[in-house]
Design a protein around this ligand. Structure first.
Ligand code: 5AD
Ligand code: SF4
Length: 445
């Protein structure tokens, strides 16, 4: 019987996709997947460190394995991802959880097979972390688990050093994959039947900035969208300092490209944006939204917002609320500022007390929810094309997303996963839409 692996993933889409690559490595070693810890022979934690609660979550789950490891000493526990990449973190992990067998970093997960082999041979703890990123490794075939959606990295790392953010410290400098590699990957995914491709990067707009990738982002997007086949195309994350009209024109040119931009604003106050080192103003951000909607009137925007950044006054916070109302985001991810050791903001004066942070996040969440609810309600009575992603066993309904990321649920007698389906929306509940399949429309398989 084959040995089994279980991967626990924290954090962003980038990490989710990296876990698919880790799964690919383990599958090629002969391991098969299990959803439980109990019958796994190797458990891999792919960690995140962007906010303190992501770290605490991982700490809790790793700690909970102490008993299992005692009962089953041959079980291999491996911890990798962004957290191990942080300065001094492996020492803390070693002390707190002496039963961890392997530690690797986000910059060398490709070495996992070698590390596992070493662990089996040497019978002692294996720790291997790279301080700086090496050349992009192209030959790690992911084991994809998100059909009909597929994620494709276009850049790794980040050069922006937003003052609150730990990503540039743990993910290294920005590197762009060569255009040919990206095009080849997307072509083969489309041929394999994937229906939604998302190009991934911390700041996709600076793709190719060092001149060696073979294109800039607008050119890359244009070429990817020209690939034949029935699929839709997304990209994330865009940075307002680099987002531009060339990209919008390419979006407009191709039906395949979803008319949705994830454009994190972080704050509506220029004082805070400057302290965050975001390198754009509230006015520039609003101009970009205007430019986008001038070209593509139905375009939607989603965003990320941080409240409680050092020095944020009530007036600054209210400017964020005001911007949220002005832009009319399709949805927004809202975060309480989390102090990250080693970042510039961690040593800034004016750290905001927790009760004020909590009060602001509650007010912002309330506002965002009200606005998204209102937006969803406008869809009742309309037809929406969604890509069916899954069957929701609890609800007994199929679910999918429209091009703007809105979730739609529906009944179907036949398996609809991987199909584009037109829904007539009958009900909206929060951000979810409920609808009936439109009969007699040509359904795209
Ligand atoms: N505290 C809170 N939120 C953060 N983000 C990044 N760093 C922090 C931090 N230290 C948020 C930003 C970013 C998203 C991925 O996570 O909003 O866009
Ligand atoms: Fe962090 Fe800013 Fe880079 Fe995004 S652009 S990963 S927020 S440093």
């Amino acid at each position: 019987m084959s040995q089994k692996y279980h991967i626990v993933t924290y954090g962003c889409q980038m990490n989710v996709h990296e876990s698919e690559k880790i799964a690919g490595i383990l599958q090629r070693m002969g391991y098969t997947e299990t959803a439980q810890n109990d019958d796994a022979d190797i458990i891999v934690f792919n960690t995140c460190c962007i906010r303190e609660n992501a770290e605490n979550h991982a700490f809790g789950n790793i700690g909970a394995l102490k008993k299992l490891k005692k009962q089953k000493p041959e079980l291999i526990i491996a911890v990798g991802g962004c957290m191990t990449q942080e300065k001094g973190k492996t020492e803390i992990l070693k002390k707190k959880f002496p039963f961890i067998d392997i530690m690797f970093g986000a910059l060398n997960f490709e070495e996992l097979e070698t590390l596992i082999t070493r662990k089996k041979q040497e019978k002692k703890k294996v720790i291997s972390i790279r301080e700086t990123a090496g050349e992009i490794v192209e030959n790690v075939e992911p084991y994809r688990t998100s059909y009909p959606n597929a994620w494709v990295n276009i850049t790794y790392g980040c050069n922006n050093f937003c003052s609150y953010c730990i990503v540039p410290y743990v993910r290294g400098r920005e590197r762009s994959r060569k255009k040919e590699h990206i095009l080849a990957e997307v072509r083969s995914l489309v041929q394999a039947g994937y229906k939604e491709i998302t190009l991934l990067g911390q700041n996709v707009n600076s793709y190719g900035a060092n001149g060696t990738a073979g294109a800039n982002f607008a050119q890359l997007l244009d070429e990817v969208a020209q690939i034949e086949g029935d699929f839709r195309l997304r990209f994330m994350t865009s940075h307002p300092k680099d987002f531009n009209e060339d990209v919008v024109k390419v979006m407009k040119k191709h039906d395949k490209i979803c008319k949705l931009v994830h454009l994190p604003v972080q704050s509506g106050s220029n004082t805070i944006l400057s302290a965050m080192n975001r390198r754009y103003t509230r006015e520039k951000y609003l101009q970009e939204i205007q430019m986008l909607r001038a070209h593509i009137p139905n375009a939607e925007v989603t965003t990320d917002i941080i409240v409680g950044f050092p020095g944020e006054t009530e007036e600054d916070y209210l400017l964020t609320e005001d911007l949220v109302k002005q832009v009319d985001f399709a949805s927004a991810f809202t975060f309480v500022y989390s102090k990250r050791q080693g970042t510039k903001a961690a040593t800034m004066d004016g750290q905001i007390p927790e009760d004020i942070q909590k009060d602001r996040i509650m007010r912002l969440v309330e506002l965002v929810n009200t606005l998204t609810r209102q937006k969803s309600e406008k869809y009742v009575g309309k037809n929406v094309r969604i890509l069916c992603e899954d069957y929701d066993k609890k609800k007994g309904l199929y679910m999918g997303r429209d091009e703007f990321g809105r979730m739609g649920y529906f009944e179907s007698e036949t398996d609809a996963v991987g199909k584009f389906v037109d829904l007539h929306i009958t009900k909206a509940n929060g951000i979810s839409l409920y609808g009936e399949r439109v009969k007699n429309t040509e359904e795209k398989e």
